[in-house]
Design a protein around this ligand. Structure first.
Ligand code: 3PG
Length: 213
């Protein structure tokens, strides 16, 4: 059976979605997020150094819970596990990816964007689904609507979420956390301004959520 993703997201209302361009940014960035109160860190597998960044954060940043994002195939699952990822996130879920996730020994937030996709993943045993791209796929009104017929489904929406709308999502009982890149702005990382990341993380960590755990 699949491991629990719920325990993981209970730790923070926001999962920062991180793109690491330079591997030397990985540790100071992760430290800033943890210090700000966001221990969950999704490092997207979109850059050549992403796996090395996961490896470094897992080994060296106390309190960080680092996962791999943008996982789209079995080889990336294996590489993420080998690097020390403690959770996996995907933007969408093909049948073969779902099969591979079901055999993965760490929590997974599998991506979906429609009622049918969400129902299929729930049937397969996935506890928390990534709703992506959240704003473009109907946003908080979609999640509010789906809670009527399908109240047992729980989501971590991502895509287009920021300080202006995060609370709209977190006010919903079926939203356990939100994901987003707004706490890790590319310009701040390029400038080495990890103090800014810490401040943004602290703001995000203070967001209230309605979901019960
Ligand atoms: C993701 O992979 O979840 C998104 O790229 C993050 O979306 P955002 O940049 O709109 O927060």
């Amino acid at each position: 059976s699949l491991p629990s993703a719920l325990e993981l997201v209970a730790k923070a209302p926001v999962v920062p979605v991180v793109v690491i361009e330079q591997v030397e940014d990985a540790i100071p960035l992760a430290r800033a997020l943890v210090e700000g109160g966001l221990p969950l860190i999704e490092v997207t597998l979109r850059t050549p150094v992403a796996l090395e960044a996961i490896r470094m954060i897992a080994a060296e940043v106390e309190g960080a819970i680092v996962g791999a994002g943008t996982v789209i195939d079995r080889a990336q699952i294996e590489a993420s596990l080998e690097a020390g990822a403690t959770f996996l996130v995907s933007p969408g879920t093909t049948p073969s990816l779902a099969e591979a996730f079901a055999q993965t020994p760490i929590p997974v937030m599998a991506g979906c964007a429609t009622a049918s996709e969400a129902m299929r993943l729930a049937e397969l045993g996935f506890e928390i689904l990534k709703f992506f791209p959240a704003e473009a796929s109907g946003g908080a009104p979609f999640l509010k609507s789906i809670a009527g017929p399908l109240p047992h489904l729980r989501f971590c929406p991502t895509g287009g979420i920021g300080p202006a709308n995060a609370s709209d999502y977190l006010a919903l009982p079926n939203v356990v956390a939100v994901g987003g890149s707004w706490v890790v702005p590319a310009d701040a990382i390029r400038a080495g301004d990890f103090g800014k990341v810490r401040v943004l993380a602290a703001g995000a960590a203070g967001l209230k959520r309605a979901a019960k755990f």
